[in-house]
Design a binder for this molecule. Sequence first.
Ligand SMILES: Cc1cc2nc3c(=O)[nH]c(=O)nc-3n(C[C@H](O)[C@H](O)[C@H](O)COP(=O)(O)OP(=O)(O)OC[C@H]3O[C@@H](n4cnc5c(N)ncnc54)[C@H](O)[C@@H]3O)c2cc1C
Length: 285
Amino acid sequence: MELGTEEQKKKYLPKMATGEYIGAFALTEPSAGSNAANLKTTAVKKGDKYIINGSKHYITNAVDGQVFTVMAVTDPEKGAKGITSFIVEKDFPGFQLGAVEEKMGLRGSHSAELFFEDMEVPEENVLGEVNRGYVNALKILANGRAGLAARNLGSCEKLLEHCLEYANERTQFGKPIIEIQAVQHMLSEMTMMIESLRSLTYRVAWMTDQGKRVVKEAAIAKLYGSEVYNKVADLAVQIHGGIGYMKDYPIERYFRDARITKIYEGTSEIQRNIIAGELIRETRK
Ligand SMILES: Cc1cc2nc3c(=O)[nH]c(=O)nc-3n(C[C@H](O)[C@H](O)[C@H](O)COP(=O)(O)OP(=O)(O)OC[C@H]3O[C@@H](n4cnc5c(N)ncnc54)[C@H](O)[C@@H]3O)c2cc1C
């Protein structure tokens, strides 16, 4: 939506909006994780096509996706400023799906490897300008981080709902466990964290709508949201006692799913680097 030409938008967006096409974002490679610019996948122009060779891993929706944003090196001399984004359809010759990862959590979606062997991509499938792929991806990832904060908030709200329901139903020592002060304190702790995450998330959303720079705020919301989600999921297991550890209840799934939020879309350490980078930028301007 942000970078596509009118033709690209007409061709892909309606199908993506109806769910006929599922999209995937393919940046990460074995050599390019936190240092995402260290790509080995190359794209070489040949006539009116680009020939892409290389691989990606950990790509969400790789199995079910029809259309992929793939980042590849177009000018190796220029580092991060020599990377281009391409719109790749899974039917393009040379596109190959690799092994599907066995994950701790997020098992409702597949993550897999991708291989490109002399994959032919028409020139009109360049997304945004040539050599601006990484710079544009960084901007889009900043918005993605605000979205992840919102997803974390939603998961936490649902966990609190489950906990309130269970704490009212479950009785020990002749009374519902919600009447036990230790349990009440856990519920209060969860609520306090959830409400502060809500304020942060809504603020980033509001700032985005105002067209303001949200690099620092989105990193804070992503980082804090993942901390809160992990703590809330842990407390939720505790409130549920033994059943919280069992697969009969959804709580253990949230607990497993929460962990990835400190890793993907930029690890917590990278978010701290971004926040510090913005602080330095603000003090030096
Ligand atoms: C389930 C799942 C789904 C994913 N989905 C996608 C997807 O759809 N598309 C995609 O492109 N990628 C995806 N990823 C990749 C994800 O974004 C990367 O795994 C993540 O950015 C971390 O990279 P890495 O795994 O190579 O870890 P590394 O970069 O090797 O990091 C290892 C450790 O070193 C630390 N570290 C590294 N550099 C620094 C630094 N400069 N300062 C401080 N600490 C540092 C990290 O914080 C971490 O603790 C997914 C990953 C997973 C696990």
